[in-house]
Design a binder for this molecule. Structure first.
Ligand SMILES: Cc1ncc(COP(=O)(O)O)c(C=O)c1O
Length: 350
């Protein structure tokens, strides 16, 4: 069957626009055939646990779910009682882009803090870490950070360790939204556990879809004392996959070798190339340092409107646009995009 779309066309809107990496697709095919016990009691899910433990330590336990919003809601719910709250950056995905799911579906109060670059610090956490014992205030219980952040920035292992030490001193737990943890680790050239387990993170939403899976993310509990009931909450939140072997097989393929790293490095490299190329176009300003696979830029609105007809991308906050590279973005894609941008800019100046 021929595809209904032109598979040569790439967008710079989101790493979610990319298809499935061929090695992941092959893993799904290999897991097909015959019968396996449903709901996670299968050999693929068992093998997946082992690869997660290799990355995050023997105490780690991974629970596949369908998407990133669910990974966040299930992990945060498992870390909080009904009267407890989560401190996060105002720009955090859980606050800006999940349709209120943490509050509406999870019943979790978010306590937000404005940040210049999407990153919390111990000082910024203190703006919301107060009112302990006050029966009128939702009790702060978890600090949630994203790595990479929604503004494309990357927390270093030292920054995360400082956040965890501060949070733990206050009796708070730390959750990391690792929708793009692979990109962060690749950018810093460190193992993923340096940014999570070794830094003191208690639980993690691990992203698979943006880095080559067809679908699937995982709640990864790193500190077994920090989260309770994940096994039950998955069903409560409609996240217990019956044919779980197909999610688990994808994670095994991503994490058993270096596929995660190859994919993340490519996406990051392409963003660097893109930033250099568009930075050379007069009238275009790269608005933020490119630390992983996102480029934020400012350009005239009419140029953005015309360019968007050729390549999809999104407007971001503060008059910026976001251009995102994926594991399958090529040098040719980047160069074609930069050339199209230069053409549209020249048309505007004429
Ligand atoms: C930082 C972050 N967290 C979580 C998600 C997961 O969202 P979804 O529910 O669309 O898989 C995304 C997706 O864009 C994200 O960027």
């Amino acid at each position: 069957m021929n595809p209904r779309h032109d598979p040569r066309l790439k967008a710079f809107a989101s790493d979610n626009y990319a298809g499935v990496h061929p090695e992941i697709l092959q893993a799904i095919v290999s897991a097909n055939g015959g019968h396996q016990t449903a709901y996670g009691d299968d050999v693929y899910t068992e093998a997946m646990q082992e690869v997660f433990q290799r990355h995050f330590g023997e105490q780690a336990r991974a629970w596949p779910v369908f998407n990133g919003t669910a990974a966040n809601v299930v992990s945060l719910r498992s870390m909080t009682a009904q009267w407890e709250a989560v401190i996060c950056a105002e720009s955090a995905h859980i606050n800006t882009d999940e349709g209120g799911a943490p509050e509406v579906a999870g019943g979790i109060k978010l306590l937000t803090v404005p940040t210049p670059d999407g990153k919390l610090t111990p000082e910024l956490i203190d703006r919301q870490a107060w009112g302990f014992g006050d029966v009128h205030r939702a009790q702060p219980k978890v600090v949630s950070i994203s790595n990479t952040t929604e503004l494309g920035t990357v927390y270093t292992a030292e920054e995360i360790a400082a956040i965890c030490a501060h949070a733990h001193d206050l009796g708070l737990l730390v959750h990391l939204d690792g929708s793009r943890l692979t990109n962060a680790a690749a950018a810093l050239d460190v193992p993923m556990r340096a940014l999570t387990t070794d830094a003191g993170v208690d639980a993690l939403s691990f992203g698979g879809t943006k880095i080559g899976l067809m679908y699937g993310e995982a709640v990864v509990v790193l500190n077994p004392d920090a989260a309770t009931g994940v096994e039950y909450l998955r069903k409560t939140f409609m996240q217990l996959s019956s044919k779980m072997r197909f999610v688990s097989a994808q994670f095994e393929a991503l994490l058993a070798g270096d596929l995660w790293l190859r994919n993340a490095r490519r996406a990051n490299e392409m963003a660097r190339r893109l930033a250099e190329a568009v930075g050379r176009v007069p009238g275009v300003r790269v608005a933020r340092t490119v630390e992983a696979n996102a480029v934020f830029a400012v350009l005239p609105e009419d140029v953005a409107a015309r360019l968007r007809k050729r390549f999809r991308f999104y407007d971001w906050t503060d008059g910026e646009v976001r251009w995102m590279c994926a594991f399958d973005t090529t040098e040719e894609d980047v160069d074609a995009f930069a050339a199209a941008l230069a053409e549209e800019m020249a048309d505007t100046r004429r």
